[in-house]
Structure formats: C-alpha cells, structure tokens
Design a protein around this ligand. Sequence first.
Ligand SMILES: C[S@@+](CC[C@H](N)C(=O)[O-])C[C@H]1O[C@@H](n2cnc3c(N)ncnc32)[C@H](O)[C@@H]1O
Length: 275
Amino acid sequence: MKFNDIDTENIEIELLLEAIYQKYDYDFRGYSRASIKRRLKRRLSLSGHATLTDMQREVLYDPDFFHVLLQDLSINVTEMFRDPSFYKAVREVVLPLLAEREIIKIWHAGCSSGEEVYSIAILLQELGLYGKSLIYATDFDETILSKAKEGIYPVDLLQAYTRNYRDSGGVGSFADYYSARYELVLMDKALKENIVFSNHNLVTDGVFGEMDLVFCRNVLIYFKRELQDRVFRLFKESLCTGGFLCLGTKETVRISQYTGTFADVVKKEKIYRKN
Ligand SMILES: C[S@@+](CC[C@H](N)C(=O)[O-])C[C@H]1O[C@@H](n2cnc3c(N)ncnc32)[C@H](O)[C@@H]1O
C-alpha cells in the first residue's frame, strides 16, 4: 500500500477546521484552502508542534491558543484609503447618487481595524453627508474590532495614509482628522459619532436591513465559491433596490449565481448596483 503525506496533511487540515467549528463555533470550512494551509503551517512551525494533529489538541484544550490561531486565520491587513482610485470613484460616482437620500445607511463587512471605515467617514464629512449617515462596521474578530473602535494607529503609517488620501481626491488636510500623541495617532472623535461597531460573522449570521451601500473588500477572496454565494445572497437581501455593493479589486460578483442581481457601476473598481 502507498502512503501519501500530502493527503495526510489535507486530512489533518479538514479535521482541525471541523474541531474549531465544533468547539468554538467559528466556521472556516468554506474558506479557500491555499491561504488556510499557509497560515496553519506558519503557526505550526512557530508553535513547535510536530504535526497539525498535535496542534489540534492544543487548539481544543487551550482557548488562548485558539485565539492566537484565530488572529492567524483572520488576515487583518488593511490601510486608509486602500486603492485610492476606488475611493475616488466612491467620492465622485457613488456618494453623489446617494446625496438626496434622507438617511444613508452603510455596512462595512469585514472592517478589520477600522481604517476603511474612517476613510469613508472622512469622505462623507467632506461631501457634507456625514450628519445623515449611519455606518455599521462589523467583523467576526472581537480583538480587531476593539482596535477599530479605538481608532488608534501607529504614526509611522501616516505618511502613506496621507498620500492615499490625497490620491483619492481628498480636498482638505488629512492632519485635521487625527491628533498625534508620541508614536500614535487618534482618529477625531467626531468621525466616530455615527459609527456602530459590532460583531458579525459572514458565514453564520444574518442580514442587515435596507442598506444603501455595502463595503466588503478583500474578504471574499479568502472564501470558496459556495461560501461567496452565501455572502452575496446576504448582501442582496441587505441592500435596498438601487443600493451599491463594493468589493476588493481581486473580487467579483460575476462568477457567482447572483451576477444577474448586480449591474456594473464602475467596473474597474468592482462597484456594483443592485437591480
Ligand atoms: C484583509 S481584511 C480586509 C479589511 C478591509 N475590508 C480592507 O479591505 O482593507 C479581512 C477582514 O475580514 C474579516 N473576516 C474574515 N472572515 C470573516 C467572517 N466570516 N465574517 C466577518 N469578517 C470576517 C477578518 O477578520 C479581517 O478583518
């Protein structure tokens, strides 16, 4: 009989994801395996365990270790005005179309540490729309969500963020939106007034009602096709007719079963509108 180590590793991954789901109710089973595998193997070598099966034991018996692994699997990379041309399109195309609404309801799904949420809050303020906007910012990772609520970022990122802000069509001075304290900057309190941060899992939780605009950028890229479909259905049901859906540059609704539900608004920036 021939034994295949690759197969064994794949079996271990499936069992570990099942164990995480059963013990902690976080469901990574529908995530694409390439990045899950990379992350698990990185943690395996850092933890000193010989195999994923050994590591699974620690995950099951030590909730603190599970939280370390949750951070690994969440992938929280983000930045202010990430992809400036996208934010330019939101400023110039999307928000003017929503300007006449009595209230503008926005959902940031997978908001990570909040940089993209504050970016939109700044845009809304510059267009005079912040006062009538309500922003729901959600993520399934409680640790990263508390960072988002705090809105405190390392000062050394500011140069890049200021450049992004300018490239995205920012009309003011980015320095007006934060106060610097030693190595950190704190986002302006006024930007937080209409933001509600809350825990929401795209895999297991339900819809947000009557949204005008949904941002879900650089999250679906980690999901398999079937899971992407679940999330697109969630967005379809959460958006009002004529509402906008914004994805990341490497993501698309076009290969999903909901392609007919959404029309292109700015194709290159993956901005869609619900028919
Ligand atoms: C790469 S970050 C993207 C952050 C931001 N949207 C951006 O584009 O810069 C992906 C975020 O999605 C969150 N995430 C992953 N799976 C999720 C799920 N099932 N439900 C909610 N958030 C999830 C992660 O915790 C992480 O903060």
